[in-house]
Design a protein around this ligand. Structure first.
Ligand SMILES: C[S@@+](CC[C@H](N)C(=O)[O-])C[C@H]1O[C@@H](n2cnc3c(N)ncnc32)[C@H](O)[C@@H]1O
Length: 374
């Protein structure tokens, strides 16, 4: 029991999840495939990183020449600013460096930069990174890191989960290109969804099958099934990349069946033989599975959030999302005198099941863009 509580306390405060090298490579390759020059002559900032052991720093340092980078900057958050319960210590690399300062080692963040072959071995890589203590603790919100943000062309990281909204606002304010990791659940947030609807941000290429594996100093505190003893990694479902850098998957249209064929052949028993329900409170039909979107429906369709992983802006238009703050049709109508969960019913799209109103999961409201694109 004591262990469980300790585990909970650690988990609640924990932002320490380290991204795997091949996940970073896979995502960056998707951008490079569409635009081989995407990183050429660019300054990349990796904030909220741990450059001594981060795979982000490693990836961009090792590929510095191949990507044609101008400058790589990577910053870390001070040990004392991370939850003390994690008991993280300065790395051996830091302690053995000539610039090691025991007065700063716990309270200051660090900055690592790479621009040239500083050790003269005729290649530019991890070995050429130069580092110094920051003036502050490396908080991305500080003026010190914000200045680096403004110097950079592209900002890439897996930011602290607990500060996702703030981090995203900080990025958007910069008007820079970015690629960051976050939870798919964030899509419905009022700070996030409008950016997707307005094509200011989209989902990246993504993790294999939507499962992301991270290293974590408190990995063992997670339940088995989340923490894998064999690999030492923590597994999260529904983790995605959010970006404003273009990639090919985003322009691949979904291949879909007509309404009639879905009713005849759909793999989903809810659709096969039944068709689609209309919402009571939105002028739209409910499509509970992305692969069951009918190719010939002219009106609005409510689709699961995970549709966005398959969304191509040439194929569909995004109109809204079924949640409290977003009612494109002003049609919410359930009152608490009629239904005790009226608030829920008005927040979500509602279908009638056996004569009773039933709210469905959050849905994105979409429409086919052009008949020609089918
Ligand atoms: C999810 S981890 C990812 C680390 C690294 N980018 C990676 O993917 O391997 C987020 C990192 O942000 C740091 N962090 C937490 N709050 C921060 C803040 N306000 N400013 C900067 N970094 C912060 C955490 O200590 C942690 O190292």
């Amino acid at each position: 029991m004591a262990n469980t509580n300790l585990g909970d306390a650690k988990r609640a405060k924990n932002d320490e999840f380290y991204t795997q090298y091949h996940d970073i490579g896979k995502e960056m390759n998707a951008y490079l495939e569409l635009n081989p020059g995407v990183f050429t002559n660019k300054t990349i900032l990796l904030p909220c990183d741990d450059p001594e052991w981060s795979n982000f720093t490693k990836y961009f340092a090792q590929n510095f020449t191949k990507l044609g980078l101008k400058k790589l900057i990577s910053t870390s958050y001070a040990l004392d600013s991370k939850p003390s319960i994690l008991n993280l210590q300065p790395s051996l690399f830091e302690i053995e460096s000539p610039q090691y300062d025991s007065n700063k080692a716990r309270s200051k963040g660090k900055i690592f930069t790479l621009t040239e072959d500083s050790n003269g071995d005729q290649k530019i890589n991890f070995e050429d990174l130069e580092w110094a203590y920051l003036d502050g603790d490396g908080d991305f919100r500080s003026s010190e890191i914000t200045k680096l943000r403004d110097e950079a062309d592209i900002i890439i990281t897996n930011p602290p989960f607990s500060l996702f909204r703030e981090f995203l606002a900080w990025l958007i304010e910069s008007k820079k290109l970015f690629s960051i990791i976050g939870s798919m659940n964030a899509i419905t947030l009022k700070e996030v969804f409008p950016l997707i609807r307005d094509s200011k941000m989209w989902l990246g290429n993504g993790f294999t099958a939507g499962n992301a594996y991270f290293e974590s100093p408190v990995g063992r505190e997670y339940a088995s099934g989340v923490f894998d003893e064999k690999t030492g990694l923590v597994k999260f479902r529904n983790v995605i990349w959010y970006t404003n850098i273009d990639h090919g998957k985003r322009h691949k249209p979904l291949s879909l069946m007509s309404t009639e064929d879905n009713i005849k052949f759909s793999n989903h028993k809810e659709i096969r033989g039944n068709g689609y329900r209309s919402y009571e409170n939105y002028d739209a039909i409910d499509v509970p599975f992305t692969d069951a979107i009918p190719s010939d429906h002219d009106g609005v369709m409510g689709v699961p959030i995970s549709f966005l992983e398959k969304y191509s802006p040439e194929q569909f238009e995004i109109l809204g999302i079924t949640q409290r703050n977003d009612d494109p049709y002003k049609t919410k109508r359930f009152t608490s005198s009629e239904y005790k969960n009226a608030n829920d019913l008005n927040a979500r799209a509602v279908v009638m099941v056996d004569g009773k109103p039933k709210s469905v999961y959050a849905r994105i409201l979409i429409r086919h863009k052009s008949r020609n694109s089918l």
